[in-house]
Write a protein that binds this ligand. Structure first.
Ligand SMILES: [Zn+2]
Length: 111
């Protein structure tokens, strides 16, 4: 098992605690004032008043906003996290297998 695979599970558990979702969709964000390009990442905001192409961070936005210091790194991390999301994502809408089954069952029933 690779380091990436080993860290994936605990990261999902952490995101479930932090965001309420094991695989949130991520975007780049302006996490520092005065930068020309977004240098951080944050889960996509679900507030209808927050335009999807507005890269700013507001009080409506979910935690965590993570400053990474470079646009290129922010874009890479977003791509990495979102690729992970698609890999075992919502294909067919069936709940994921083999991990956090009690959480998945709760989330599935609540919707
Ligand atoms: Zn927002």
């Amino acid at each position: 098992m690779s380091t990436l695979d080993k860290s994936r599970g605990p990261a999902r558990e952490a995101l479930l605690r932090l965001v309420g979702e094991a695989r949130p969709e991520w975007r780049t964000a302006f996490t520092t004032d005065g930068t020309d390009e977004p240098t951080g990442i944050i889960p996509v905001c679900s507030d209808p008043d927050h335009e999807p192409d507005d890269g700013s961070v507001y009080v409506c936005c979910p935690e965590p906003a993570i400053e990474v210091g470079a646009t290129e790194l922010a874009e890479y991390l977003v791509a990495l996290l979102n690729a992970d999301r698609e890999e075992k994502g919502t294909r067919g809408g069936s709940p994921q297998q083999g991990e956090s089954t009690h959480e998945a069952a709760q989330a599935g029933g609540a919707q």
